[in-house]
Design a protein around this ligand. Structure first.
Ligand code: TYD
Length: 245
């Protein structure tokens, strides 16, 4: 099922957090739940999700060390491409779009973390994303020491994890919390120390009423009301998830 009505019919949810918060796992689990509940879903990530974005990802996370201002332009170049190629068309189709990191990461990392002007970064991100703003942002928060410890065992260690110090990552975490406090309607903050299963339920609980509200406001058809995010994700159905990774 796809969401209905209006020029931009879908629902846009982003997952944010400091290193090792478990966002990517949760993004996949949420896509599984939504798909099982009958929603058409697009799952993507930043930086990445397009050919250009994946090239930028390789360069900025693994090959070169741009200065913070160059980082800001490169992350936003990848974002502009992702919005135009993937997010905007998926929302126009009526998909639920799940993005693993989005513009709040630029504010947290290049802004609060690396000291670039928040105002300039907002303008840049607005330029890249146009009027695409998340309907819901899940911030999975945890102490940076715990997150970095988890990341040490993972396959893909990036430049931010390997070269930036603890103080940088603390500023990033505090930055995310400040962004969440400033926009309490858009953000839901979850405890990243919970088990993946507990977090998965909390993510679904955060999404359910907001999705229902958007559906109500757009007069969604009756079929949709028979589905719920509590459905067993293994249950087969006609919905789909598009992966842009
Ligand atoms: P990734 O391996 O996807 O890390 P994670 O699993 O923590 O999301 O790498 C993304 C890295 O890029 C991460 O360290 C955060 C950083 N980043 C920025 O600094 N600015 C941005 O705008 C974005 C989207 C990511």
């Amino acid at each position: 099922m796809q969401l209905d009505g209006g020029r931009r019919r879908g629902f846009f949810v982003t997952l944010e957090g400091p290193e090792g918060s478990g966002k990517s796992t949760q993004a996949h689990r949420l896509a599984g739940r939504l798909t099982a509940a009958g929603y058409h879903c697009t799952l993507t990530r930043e930086p990445g999700g397009t050919l250009l974005g994946e090239e930028v990802r390789k360069i900025i996370l693994h090959e070169l060390s741009p200065v913070p201002a160059a980082d800001a332009f490169l992350f936003n170049a990848a974002r502009a491409q992702l919005v135009a190629e993937v997010i905007e068309p998926a929302l126009a189709r009526g998909d639920v779009v799940i993005c693993d990191r989005f513009a709040d990461s630029t504010l947290a990392y290049q802004g609060y973390g690396a000291g670039q002007s928040i105002e300039a970064l907002r303008a840049l991100a607005d330029y890249a994303a146009g009027d695409i703003v998340p309907d819901l942002t899940i911030l999975i928060d945890l102490p940076v020491e715990d997150g970095l410890r988890r990341k040490r065992d993972s396959a893909e260690i990036n430049r931010f994890e390997s070269t930036f110090d603890l103080a940088f990552h603390r500023r990033v975490r505090d930055g995310f919390l400040a962004l969440a406090a400033a926009e309490p309607d858009r953000f839901v903050v979850l405890d990243g120390l919970l088990s993946p299963e507990q977090t998965e339920v909390a993510v679904a609980d955060a999404l359910r009423p907001r999705l229902a509200k958007k559906q109500d406001s757009r007069r969604i058809n009756a079929e949709r009301r028979t589905h719920d995010l509590r459905v067993d994700p293994s249950e087969p159905n006609g919905a789909s998830v598009r992966m842009n990774k």
